[in-house]
Write a protein that binds this ligand. Structure first.
Ligand code: SAH
Length: 343
């Protein structure tokens, strides 16, 4: 018998399950709180349920369908979690705490692997296995909270996979994050390599979370050299799609730009980028390329980064440089590759 997965269910679904098992609605509400407010590690920790109810749950239900396989902690406090799905696949998530802020940001995955093929990205090297389900996406947050005893306050869809290629499940997960985990729409960010039709779908839905675009290039030529998806969805069309998106939603987008030495980090590139996005309601997030032994690119010098930032700022953009977190445990941006999978 397939066990009923508790995490991810609405109150109504939990009530139905409990009624079918000759239990009360009240018990369902208790379970709901144990899951979404307390995020307990085991059913047995639901201490206000009678022992018989806990036994019934142990028999017929499980908290999660994914399980924690491995956890690593970086010198800077960043944690990386490796999860195994019930069909033996792996997905990674990262938890970051930024100094002087109470915020706890979780970076989660939407797919096992990825088939976008960006030349600089570790996940791309894994290829694509499958989409994660709504439950598997939200259980990453559940397990992180259960494991650490901490409440995640911000969620970024910047782990493995392309969230807009798994749009329905991503939206399903966001609904649960908002309504059940009580994480506000503005505290959720979705990052995409630029799937134009899906960005239009989000615009039509009046999407209220933050949309971040992995642009990484100031023009079509450079972009299609490092991001194969750019051959399908062209640079200029992407920028106009984003303009349309900001008009419909009233929301500013974030332009992500990974600086790679000699590829996209010249002064000329900075001016070109500034011009390309000058009429786009956007902030810029510069990311210094994370290099490891397998990397084919190099990171730019600090001086190059500062120049690039200055040129964009002078054009009127608000620019931030993304802090590198968890580099010593391969949890840094673009380095999630579930090494375990090769073993
Ligand atoms: N598929 C989505 C989500 C991935 S998010 C997207 O493309 O946006 C991960 C972010 O890290 C993306 O902006 C990605 O381009 C970036 N990234 C990938 N490899 C990187 C690396 N080696 N160093 C820094 N950033 C990297």
């Amino acid at each position: 018998m397939e066990k009923f997965v508790l995490t991810g269910k609405t109150l109504a679904e939990l009530e139905q399950f409990m009624l079918e098992n000759s239990q009360t609605r009240y018990r369902a509400k208790q379970i709901y709180n144990w899951i979404y407010i307390k995020s307990v590690k085991t059913i047995n920790e639901m201490t206000d349920l009678p022992v018989v109810t806990r036994e019934l749950l142990e028999q017929k239900a499980v908290l999660c369908s994914i399980s924690l396989k491995d956890k690593q902690i970086s010198k800077d406090g960043t944690m990386k979690f490796l999860f195994e799905t019930d069909d033996g696949n792996y997905a990674e998530a990262v938890l970051m705490r930024f100094d002087n802020r109470a915020n706890l940001t979780a970076c989660i995955s939407t797919q096992v692997g990825c088939n976008m093929g960006c030349t600089f990205c570790a996940t791309a090297k894994l290829g694509f296995k499958r989409n994660l389900t709504v439950e598997e996406i939200i259980q990453q947050i559940y397990c992180i909270q259960a494991e650490t005893g901490l409440k995640v306050t911000n969620i970024v869809f910047m782990g493995q996979g392309e969230p807009l290629m798994n749009l329905d499940n991503m939206l399903g997960a966001i609904k649960i994050f908002r309504e059940q985990f009580q994480v506000g729409a503005r505290r959720i960010t979705v990052s995409t390599c630029g799937i134009i039709p899906k960005i239009n779908e989000l615009a039509a839905l009046d999407f209220q979370s933050t949309l971040a675009i992995s642009l990484h290039a100031p023009n079509q030529e450079i972009r299609e050299n490092i991001m194969p998806i750019a051959k399908k969805y062209k640079f200029d069309e992407l920028i106009s799609t984003l303009k349309h998106y900001t008009q419909i939603t009233g929301r500013r987008v974030t332009i992500e730009y990974v600086l790679m030495k000699g590829i996209n980090d010249s002064v000329e590139s900075a001016y070109q980028l500034a011009k390309a996005i000058s009429k786009l309601k956007s902030n810029v997030n510069l990311i210094i390329y994370n290099q490891n032994e397998k990397s084919i690119y190099k990171k730019p010098s600090n001086d190059t980064v500062q120049k690039f930032k200055y040129i964009l700022e002078a054009s009127g953009k608000k620019v931030t440089i993304r802090l590198e977190r968890g580099a010593d445990i391969d949890a840094a941006c673009g380095q999630l590759s579930a090494k375990f999978q090769d073993k």
